[in-house]
Design a protein around this ligand. Structure first.
Ligand code: PRX
Length: 645
C-alpha cells in the first residue's frame, strides 16, 4: 500500500494547503476516493457554525472496519496490524496480523449481536491496554454500536456518571489490569459503578489478571465463553465472516468524555466517514509513515490519542501499530527504550510528561539500548518545554529524527497543527504550521483578529479555527446546546479551542496552554470545577478553589485552597482524606498536589472568586498580584500568601 495523499516536500505542502483552503470540497473528496465506500457521497460538505451543523460526505455509506481491516486482507493479510507488548517483559508478546484482527473483530461483532447489541446502542468499554480492547472498539464499530471507552484510571463515580449520560446498556471490561507492579481491579470498579444503575443489561468480562471478581447471574458473562461460541458462528469454510453494518457517513462512531470548564464532563461525538479520513490523512502525513514501519504510540486507548493514533489512523492506513500494556518506569525507566530496541520501532509518539519524567533518570536507562531504528519522534497532549525537546532530540533521536509537535484535542479528532516529519521544519516547543484544511485564527477577547505584534514580532491571542475539517466534533451527546455554547458561541462563526497561542512571522504557531478553567496535568485534561466539586464532597469542606501551577514533570500541578469547618485529626490527615475523596469521585490522577487550608477566598463584592490572584500565589508570585482593590476583604490575600504550601 502506498499513500497517494502523502505530501513529500515543502512546496507540495504549500500547494496542498492552498488547494485545501481555496476548494476544500474538492480537496477532501480527492482524498476520500482512496477509501472503501458501499456508496459514495451526494455532497462533500454542508456546514454552519451558528447552529452548529457540520456534515461531511453526506449520503455516503461505509463501515470504518472494512477500511481498517477488510481492504488490507488481500495485499497485507499477514502483515502485523497490532503488536502487543505486555506489562511484564517476561510474558509472551502477541502479534496480531490483519487476518487475525479480522477474525477477532468478526467474533466480537457476533458476540455483541448474540447479546442483543444493535446499531446505535452505546457500549461502554473499561479495559486495560490489551489487544482485546482494540477488538472491542472495532467490534462495536463493525456492528454500528457506539463505543464509549473510559480510561482505566477513572473511578466508579466517574463511570456511573458517564453510563448514565450515555444511557449505556452494555459494558465490556476486564477482571483487572496490570500496571507496573499493581493490579487495578477493573471489574470491582464496574461493580461499584453499577450500584443503582438502571440501564446496563450485560457486562462482558475479559480475563486478564485472574484476580477474584464477582460474577452476577444474568448480568455478567465471560468474554472467553462468548467468543468461543461466536467463533463457531463466524467461521465458515475456514474463513471468518461477519457482515459489517452499513453506516451513514454521519452516523456516530463513538463518544469520548472529556473535561471542560464546568463540573460535568462532556460526551464528545465523532462520526464515521470524516473521522476516518482525517485520522488516516494526518497519520500518513504528520508521521510520514511508510508501509511496514512499526508505529509506537504510548497513549492509552482510553484517551483520544489512542483512539486516533493507535487504532483508527494507523489501521486505516494498513500500518503496524504497537500497543503497550505497562508503564514507562517498570521494571525500570528504560522500558520504552527496550521496546524500541526489541521491535525496531520506526516512529515513537509520546507525551512531554513521559519525556520529562524519563529525562529525570539520566543516561543510565539508555545504556546498551539500540535506538537506531527510530526515524520520527512525536509529542502530544501539552506544550513541550525546550529542555525536554532537546533531550528527546539528542538522546532518543540522536539528532537525526525529526520531532513532530502535534497540537490537537479530543474535539478535533485528529492533529490540526504540526510539522510534517522531515517535510516541513520543526521549531523547538512550537507546533508550527496548520495541516492542509486547517485555518487557524488568533483573536482577542472580543473576537477580533489580533494584528498587532509584540516586541518579539509575535501575534498573541486565543486560538480559533475558521472552517470545519472532516473530524471536527459533531455534538455533545444528548445535549447539543452544550456543544454550541462551549465551542461555537464564544466567538461567532469560529470554533474556539480554549487554548492560547503565539504566531511568528513565518506563520508558525506555539501553543501556550489553556485560557479557560481547564488544567492539563501530565497530559490529562481536568476541569478545575470538576476537582472543586469533588473536594467539596468531603464532609469537612465548606468551599474550595482550584488552580494550576507549573510542575516540572507533570507540566501543571493541581493547587487547591480549601476552607474547612473542622478537621478530623491533624491537617495532614485531613489533606489525605480530601485527596482520597477526589480519588473516589474522579480518579487517582486528579488528586490535588497541594492543599492549603485558608480562612477565606479572595472574592469580589459580587461574590466571584478572583482566580487570577490564587493562580499567582500558587505560582509563587508574592509581589505583583495586580489590582486587589475590588476585593471584599483585601486582607485575606496576605493571609493566603503567608500560608502557601
Ligand atoms: O491545551 C491543549 C493541549 O491538550 C488539550 C487537549 O487535551 P485532550 O482533549 O485531552 O487531547 C490531548 C491529546 C490530543 C489542548 O487544548 N495540547 C494538546 N496537544 C498539544 C497541547 N498543548 C501544546 N502542544 C501540543 N502539541
Amino acid at each position: 500500500m502506498s499513500y497517494p495523499f502523502q505530501i513529500r516536500s515543502f512546496e507540495e505542502y504549500q500547494q496542498k494547503y492552498k488547494e485545501s483552503v481555496e476548494a476544500p470540497e474538492k480537496f477532501w473528496a480527492d482524498i476520500a476516493e482512496n477509501f472503501l465506500w458501499r456508496k459514495k457521497w451526494d455532497k462533500v460538505l454542508e456546514w454552519n457554525f451558528a447552529e452548529p451543523k457540520v456534515e461531511w460526505f453526506k449520503g455516503a455509506k461505509l463501515n470504518i472496519t472494512e477500511n481498517c481491516i477488510d481492504r488490507h486482507l488481500n495485499t497485507s493479510g499477514e502483515t502485523p496490524a497490532l503488536i502487543w507488548e505486555p506489562n511484564n517483559p517476561e510474558e509472551r508478546t502477541r502479534v496480531v496480523t490483519y487476518n487475525r484482527l479480522h477474525k477477532r473483530v468478526c467474533q466480537v461483532a457476533q458476540m455483541l449481536k448474540n447479546n442483543g447489541v444493535k446499531k446505535g446502542d452505546r457500549v461502554c468499554i473499561y479495559m486495560g491496554m490489551v489487544p482485546e480492547l482494540a477488538y472491542a472498539v472495532l467490534g462495536c464499530a463493525r456492528i454500528g454500536a457506539i463505543h464509549s471507552v473510559i480510561f482505566g484510571g477513572f473511578s466508579a463515580q466517574s463511570i456511573a456518571d458517564r453510563l448514565e449520560d450515555a444511557h449505556a446498556e452494555y459494558i465490556i471490561t476486564c477482571d483487572g489490569a496490570f500496571r507496573g507492579e499493581k493490579v487495578i481491579p477493573l471489574k470491582d470498579v464496574i461493580d461499584d459503578a453499577l450500584i443503582g444503575n438502571k440501564t446496563v443489561k450485560k457486562v462482558i468480562v475479559y480475563t486478564r489478571t485472574r484476580n477474584p471478581i464477582s460474577m452476577i447471574r444474568g448480568r455478567d458473562i465471560w468474554w472467553e465463553d462468548e467468543m468461543h461460541y461466536a467463533e463457531e458462528q463466524v467461521e465458515k469454510h475456514g474463513k471468518a465472516f461477519f457482515k459489517a453494518e452499513e453506516m451513514d457517513a454521519e452516523d456516530p462512531l463513538f463518544i469520548l468524555y472529556t473535561s471542560g470548564s464546568t463540573g460535568k464532563p462532556k460526551g464528545v461525538v465523532h462520526t464515521c466517514a470524516g473521522y476516518m479520513i482525517y485520522t488516516a490523512y494526518t497519520f500518513v502525513n504528520v508521521f510520514q509513515y511508510q508501509p511496514k514501519q512499526i508505529f509506537f504510540c504510548t497513549a492509552d486507548i482510553g484517551w483520544i490519542t489512542g483512539h486516533s493514533y493507535i487504532v483508527y489512523g494507523p489501521l486505516s492506513a494498513g500500518a503496524t501499530s504497537l500497543m503497550f500494556e505497562g508503564i514507562p518506569t517498570w521494571p525500570d525507566a528504560g522500558r520504552f527504550w527496550d521496546i524500541v530496541d526489541k521491535y525496531k520501532v520506526d516512529v515513537l509518539y509520546t507525551a512531554p510528561t513521559a519525556i520529562r519524567s524519563l529525562m529525570g533518570f539520566g543516561d543510565e536507562p539508555l545504556k546498551g539500548k539500540d535506538l537506531s531504528s527510530l526515524k520520527v519522534l512525536g509529542t502530544v497532549g501539552e506544550p513541550i518545554n525546550e529542555e525536554a525537546w532537546h533531550w528527546y532530540d539528542e538522546n532518543i533521536g540522536k539528532k537525526k529524527c525529526p520531532i513532530v509537535d502535534t497540537w490537537w484535542q479530543t474535539e478535533t479528532g485528529g492533529i490540526l497543527i504540526s510539522n510534517l516529519a522531515g517535510v516541513t521544519s520543526s521549531k523547538p516547543s512550537w507546533a508550527t504550521l496548520p495541516l492542509p484544511g486547517i485555518q487557524p485564527l488568533l483573536v482577542d477577547e472580543n473576537g477580533k483578529e489580533v494584528t498587532e505584534k509584540d516586541e518579539h514580532g509575535l501575534l498573541k491571542g486565543n486560538l480559533c479555527i475558521k472552517a470545519p475539517w472532516p473530524a471536527i466534533i459533531r455534538t455533545t451527546y444528548g445535549d447539543p446546546e452544550r456543544c454550541r455554547k462551549n465551542y461555537f458561541a464564544t466567538y461567532p462563526n469560529l470554533y474556539f479551542s480554549g487554548d492560547g497561542a503565539l504566531k511568528d512571522e513565518q506563520g508558525n504557531y506555539r501553543i501556550t496552554g489553556r485560557v479557560d478553567d481547564v488544567l492539563n496535568v501530565s497530559g490529562h485534561r481536568i476541569g478545575t470545577a470538576e476537582v472543586e466539586n469533588a473536594i467539596n464532597m468531603h464532609s469537612g469542606v465548606v468551599e474550595s478553589a482550584v488552580v494550576g501551577y507549573p510542575h516540572s514533570i507533570k507540566g501543571q500541578g493541581i493547587y487547591s485552597y480549601v476552607i474547612t469547618n473542622g478537621m478530623h485529626g491533624d491537617a495532614d490527615s485531613t489533606r489525605k482524606d480530601i485527596a482520597q475523596t477526589v480519588s473516589r469521585i474522579i480518579g487517582p490522577f486528579a488528586k490535588p498536589d497541594k492543599i492549603q487550608f485558608v480562612k477565606g477566598l479572595p472574592k469580589t463584592r459580587s461574590g466571584k472568586i478572583m482566580r487570577r490572584i490564587l493562580r499567582k500565589i500558587a505560582e509563587g508570585e508574592t509581589e505583583n498580584l495586580g489590582d486587589t482593590t475590588t476585593l471584599l476583604d483585601p486582607g485575606i490575600v496576605d493571609e493566603i500568601k503567608k500560608g502557601k504550601v
